[in-house]
Design a protein around this ligand. Structure first.
Ligand code: HDL
Ligand code: ZN
Length: 428
């Protein structure tokens, strides 16, 4: 007989006490950051940190072009320090830094206890020059409350691959995710490199090619011990793709006959990050990608066709958010996560988080940082904690109005779920 009665072990919070309790618990809760572009220091220059990296983050680069109007080739010819000087001038000194990515830089500096009143970039740089990376890493993780984070790991990256091949000790705070954009999005470039590494693959989707691709995946899963496999997909991604034979059909074969079987064998989710229009303005380089509305039916069909696979999904278009919540209500093998990239703005984060709680309750991971610069953990999480506090406070107040006893234990359990607990159960 299922347990139908379990009176709360601790006292209910008086309704007027709920806001303070939520604020304190959310502010202090440790975070499991399930998608970042950060690396352990052993990956060398791949781990970006410090004020100049914060200023030349591709979000600010894009915004900067709207002010300085330099020809892109002139901007890219500058040193990183010169780029940072230019962006500081245009985005902070000549205009109030009210955009989310500019505000984020200031939140990072504020979290570090730095005084930005003088708006003195040279003084700020002098502060960062005093840190060693290892000490700064510990400091940022401590202040941001990030306990563990998941990297984005790509065997096709020429800087990253040798570090994995060398092996070495792992920093338990950094976990891996095996990224497959090269295989699923640029197969024709992946083939010669896979063949160079001893995998007998071809441009076709022969049995040999698919088996050898699985062998490659298996080898890197054993090496990286990833929490999930991942890919960033265009809004046009189709499944099954019977409309446009050619590369898409090949992509479907690689997905269905190599990637999903490997995921099942290792009980690993497949993460699809859907809606990126790559390089709509190539002259902006990493800042040149855009967004497009995708078809959530793709996710429905994959979840239905592969019930023994687990899918992590985040969609880039605001217009897809309600739809993907409905898909998640239909398929328990789907876990929705994050306010990704162009959605990581307070007005949209609040809307998405409310929508998700109303439709999915606490079976969702509402945010990841997507941090590309270590220091960004400081702002991406501080900004999100504030929004989550407001939304959760409203939700528990709604419950209290029904006579439901909201306890501190309930709050602690629920916040732990939202900051990684639900994700970890989904991995089990
Ligand atoms: O593909 C991804 O993981 C995206 O997050 C891209 O890296 C993107 O450039 C980004 O950094 N978004 O925040
Ligand atoms: Zn990312």
């Amino acid at each position: 007989m299922p347990v139908l009665r379990s009176a709360p072990k601790t006292r209910a919070l008086a309704p007027e006490k709920i806001p303070l309790a939520v604020r304190d618990l959310v502010a202090r809760a440790p975070i499991d950051d399930i998608h970042t572009h950060l690396y352990t220091p052993s990956f060398g220059p791949l781990l970006l940190w410090g004020i100049d990296e914060l200023l030349v983050y591709h979000y600010l680069v894009a915004e900067g072009f709207r002010h300085h109007r330099l020809p892109p080739e002139k901007f890219w010819a500058m040193s990183k320090t010169e780029q940072a000087d230019l962006l500081w001038k245009h985005l902070f000194l000549e205009h109030s830094p009210i955009s989310e990515s500019c505000r984020g830089v200031l939140t990072c500096l504020h979290a570090l206890g730095l005084d930005v009143r003088k708006r003195d970039l040279a003084a700020l740089r002098a502060h960062f020059s005093k840190w060693t990376l290892d000490r700064y890493l510990d400091k940022v993780l401590e202040i941001s409350g990030v306990e563990r984070l998941v990297m984005t790991n790509n065997p096709f990256d020429d800087l990253e691959r040798p570090v994995w091949l060398r092996g070495g000790t792992r920093d338990a705070r950094f976990e891996a995710a095996l990224r497959l954009d090269d295989i699923l999005m640029t197969w024709e470039k992946a083939v010669p490199r896979l063949r160079e590494w001893g995998f007998d693959v071809g441009l076709d989707c022969s049995r040999r090619t698919l088996d050898e691709t699985r062998r490659f995946l298996h080898e890197w899963i054993m090496r990286m011990k990833p929490l999930y496999l991942a890919v960033s997909l265009p809004p046009t991604f189709a499944f099954p793709d019977l409309k446009t034979p050619g590369s898409d059909t090949l992509r479907n074969h690689l997905l269905v006959e190599a990637i999903l079987p490997e995921c099942r064998e290792h009980n690993l989710p497949f993460a699809m990050m859907i809606g990126v229009k790559k390089l709509v303005n190539p002259s902006l380089r990493l800042a040149g990608d855009s967004v497009g509305r995708a078809d959530p039916g793709v996710v429905e069909r994959l979840c239905a066709a592969y019930p023994d696979n687990k899918f992590l999904v985040t969609m880039l278009s605001r217009e897809n958010q309600h739809e993907i919540c409905i898909v998640a209500r239909k398929f328990a093998n789907l876990h929705v996560f994050g306010c990704w990239w162009f959605l990581n703005n307070p007005s949209i984060i609040e809307e998405m988080t409310r929508e998700r709680f109303e439709l999915l309750g606490l079976s969702v991971t509402p945010q990841h940082s997507d941090a590309r610069v270590l220091d960004q953990l400081l702002y991406k999480w501080r900004h999100f904690r504030a929004i989550l506090t407001d939304v959760l406070t409203d939700k528990y107040a709604d419950l209290a109005r029904t006579g439901w006893a909201v306890t501190e234990d309930d709050l602690r359990r629920d916040v732990r779920d939202l900051f990684g607990g639900a994700f970890r159960r989904f991995l089990e």
